[in-house]
Write a new protein. Structure first.
Ligand SMILES: Nc1ncnc2c1ncn2[C@@H]1O[C@H](COP(=O)(O)OP(=O)(O)OP(=O)(O)O)[C@@H](O)[C@H]1O
Ligand SMILES: [Mg+2]
Length: 277
């Protein structure tokens, strides 16, 4: 979860391409860094995830607001990263698996983010051959650099054929839940196989999409009502069984196996048939 260690390792030790960034500790330093970076720029606590404490500064006038938001966020908000806004065409997750003997890649996953969390993901993301090749090369470099066994979620921004490293998680990735329906071995199965040193072969069955269901209430021991129509021959729902729900917290995911555009449209419809009970 430490953005500073990840970013410095990726950009400064491994030489991976990223947007410009600076680390700051005070509001004055933040303002100065934002000024150098230009607007818009993105402010994030060094220790945080799921968009907590994150904001986009559109101008110097946003300084106080962005500073307060970042300081209130959970985690160690004593240090912040100021990132230039990368004007990417689209973003992907490159799921990359290491078992100590070989490295395997899943088909690239496209996704859409809202309020700090992914809401839709699809696989495969449409990419040029060059952008895909560069994405795999970058994912290999960062995961070899980190070492160890398991599945990693390598988050990349793509502009044309240019690939920018964003961040990496050393575990299955939320956007990768789509693999529950698109692959013979899901990201979870691959993670386990990699940790156990087992072979990483799997079959990509074909296109699919996922859509996250977000709760609209705060509750203990929450449950959800899932309409029967959600269970078609090529779709299903996974309910996470979280012990508490909060407004905006993701509680379940709808999964659809179909051509990407159709799958995405269906997945978006299916989550409207899931309700807080
Ligand atoms: N420098 C940037 N330029 C443009 N967009 C950005 C930038 N940094 C973050 N974003 C957008 O915000 C999203 C979340 O950023 P990031 O992955 O760094 O945060 P996070 O808190 O780790 O989120 P998560 O835990 O969901 O991965 C990115 O997927 C991207 O859509
Ligand atoms: Mg992220």
């Amino acid at each position: 979860m430490n953005r500073k260690n990840i970013r410095q390792f990726a950009a400064e030790e491994l030489g991976l391409k990223t947007g410009p960034y600076e680390f700051v500790k005070t509001k004055e330093e933040m303002g100065a860094a934002a000024g150098r970076m230009g607007f818009p720029c993105v402010i994030k606590p060094v220790m945080s995830s799921s968009g907590h404490g994150q904001s986009v500064m559109k101008s110097a006038a946003d300084l106080d607001q962005s500073w307060e938001l970042a300081k209130e966020a959970r985690g160690d908000a004593s240090e912040l990263i100021v990132e230039a806004f990368v004007d990417f065409d689209y973003e992907i997750t490159m799921l990359t698996v290491r078992n100590g003997k070989e490295t395997a890649f899943c088909e690239p996953i496209g996704h859409q983010q809202k309020d700090g969390d992914y809401i839709y993901s699809w696989q495969p993301a449409q990419m040029t051959a060059l952008a895909k090749e560069r994405s795999q090369a970058m994912a290999k470099t960062i995961t070899d650099g980190l070492g160890g066994r398991g599945l990693f979620g390598v988050e990349l921004f793509i502009k044309g054929d240019e690939v920018y490293f964003s961040e990496v998680s050393p575990r299955p990735h939320d956007t990768g839940m789509v693999t529950l329906i698109t692959q013979s071995q899901s990201e979870f199965a691959l993670h386990l196989r990699a940790v156990l040193g087992l072979p990483l072969g799997f079959t990509f069955y074909g296109d699919g999409a996922s859509a996250a269901f977000k709760s609209q209430k705060d509750s203990y021991a929450p449950s959800v009502d899932v309409d029967d129509s959600v269970f078609t021959e090529n779709s299903f729902v996974r309910v996470f069984g979280k012990p508490e729900s909060h407004v905006g917290r993701r509680m379940a995911v709808a999964l659809v196996f179909d051509e990407v555009e159709k799958a995405l449209e269906k997945a978006k419809t299916l989550i409207t048939k899931i309700k807080d009970a």
